[in-house]
Ligand binder design. Structure first.
Ligand code: SF4
Length: 467
């Protein structure tokens, strides 16, 4: 049971990883002399005594699900401790700052959030009781309050090694699964933000095409400490590992030199697979077990609207490059958007099947519906109202598809994905295919030998959710 603390840090969901969104703030806050209790609510219940006594409660909101759960956690904290200062930090906190500040939050921080968090913690400590008029942190750079809004904090901080003390051990999180063997998995980030501006991406309104490299020594020390804690696999959770290819390769080489049996995975876009094709065989040789890449759609029109920077032909070229390097890919998809037709959905299923990728795509990936949060770059491209009204409590615009079958299909694919054994399988893919062709009132194509092509089952993590 955690001890009482000045600061309670809460994470609610980080896609099955031990939360870096707790470990980095814990490191900088402890360095600044604060007593911190980090709690991952995806593993542990809210520590009621700590929540009652904390003067400052900071809740990580790196993504949509985390924010949804975080709001509930904030309500629980508020009920226990009406005078605690509650701060939300992370990408989704800033996108939804208006709603959060009008309901459960006293402040919101985003971008490179560690420095503002420390400044806010210092301010609250120095100004005494959170109810004191002096405790309003309106003037702290990077901190938004009801009295005034700040831009995401974009100042580069030489990040220290994440402090993972007090977090649940790695056995509580997603495993790396290869050849029916489950291995403990760690998680690091070697960069934050992204150089690109895909319109649907929540990173874009916050980082605006910028990215920050984490010092090499920091990333390596974090890898070493997780290997010492039992990790046999590392996920590089950067939005795109190859935004800084020199930095990425230096890390991959050092990882392999220090831990020759360690495997790793990373995320990179189709454009980068093509641009850096020469690196793929070496990354495989250094221990890359698989990569994740956002293919998103087989519709040129949808890819253009999302400003993905690739075409379906590029996706085939990326597959060829990865096949040659023997590097498996988990393509991720955005199958439900206002611009994706029934024909596009069927074409996506056919594309996946014909390339032998059905076992590479978790069923949940075939159910994902475009989220359009406040401040999304997509809003600038659409006439007012075209993407529905904002539902602030759901953190998204409520678009509906012009073809009502698509909304129904999305709901029914979600049911199949939720019931899929172990995240997904060929059986789930087949069920989704039957459903989609049935709703389109079209016969399923008769599969020739190519249609039943299967690649070897790729390694994966036991958590399939990506947003
Ligand atoms: S490349 Fe990936 S992380 Fe970067 S803006 Fe596009 S979707 Fe976001």
């Amino acid at each position: 049971m955690p001890l009482s603390a000045d600061i309670l840090l809460l994470a609610c969901y980080e896609m099955g990883h031990q939360p870096l969104s707790l470990a980095w703030p814990a490191a900088v806050l402890r360095q600044a002399g604060h007593t911190v209790t980090p709690v991952d609510l995806s593993v542990t219940a809210l520590p009621r005594k700590t929540a009652t006594q904390a003067r400052f409660v900071a809740i990580a909101a790196p993504m949509h699900t985390a924010l949804r759960l975080g709001v509930r956690a904030a309500e629980d904290v508020r009920a226990l401790n009406p005078t605690a200062h509650i701060c939300f930090y992370g990408l989704y906190a800033w996108l939804n700052a208006d709603y959060l500040l009008s309901t459960v939050a006293d402040s919101v921080i985003s971008g490179e959030y560690e420095e503002p968090l420390v400044a806010l913690a210092n301010h609250l400590k120095e100004s005494g009781h959170p109810d004191s008029p002096d405790s309003d942190p309106v003037a702290i750079p990077g901190v938004s309050t009801r009295a005034g809004r700040a831009r995401p904090h974009m100042s580069r901080l030489s990040l220290p090694v994440p402090d993972r003390a007090g977090l649940p051990d790695l056995s509580h999180y997603a495993r790396y699964l290869e050849n029916e063997r489950y291995a403990l998995s760690g998680y690091v980030e070697s960069s934050r933000g992204c150089l690109h501006n895909c319109r649907h991406c929540p990173i874009v309104p916050v980082y605006g095409g910028r990215f920050f490299v984490v010092p090499f020594e920091t990333v390596m020390a974090d890898i070493h400490q997780q290997v010492a804690a039992g990790a046999e696999h590392i996920t590089f959770g950067d939005p795109d590992f190859l935004n800084g290819p020199g930095h990425a390769m230096k890390l991959a080489r050092a990882l392999h030199a220090a831990h020759p049996n360690l495997t790793f995975d990373f995320t990179t876009k189709v454009e980068h697979i093509i641009q850096h094709r020469a690196l793929m065989p070496e990354l495989r040789a250094l221990g890359a077990g698989f990569i994740v890449s956002a293919f998103e759609s087989v519709s040129d029109e949808v890819l253009r609207r999302l400003q993905k920077g690739h075409t379906p032909a590029d996706m085939d070229l990326a597959l060829e490059i990865l096949d040659a390097a023997r590097l498996p890919v988990q393509p991720t998809w955005l199958p439900f958007t206002p611009w994706t037709s029934m024909d596009d959905y069927l074409a996506m299923l056919a594309w996946i099947r014909e390339r032998g990728l059905a076992a590479h795509v978790p069923a949940v990936q075939l159910s994902i519906r475009l989220l359009i949060p406040p401040n999304s770059a997509l809003l600038a491209e659409s006439p007012p109202g075209a993407l529905g009204e904002l539902d602030p409590a759901r953190f998204s615009y409520t678009w509906r598809h012009p073809d009502p079958r698509m909304d129904e299909l999305q709901a029914r694919v979600t049911v199949i994905a939720e019931g899929a054994a172990d995240g997904g399988s060929l059986a789930a893919f087949n069920a989704i295919e039957r459903l989609a062709y049935g709703m389109a009132n079209r016969p399923q194509p008769v599969r020739g030998p190519r249609g039943v092509r299967l690649r070897p089952t790729p390694p994966r993590l036991t958590e399939d959710w990506f947003c």
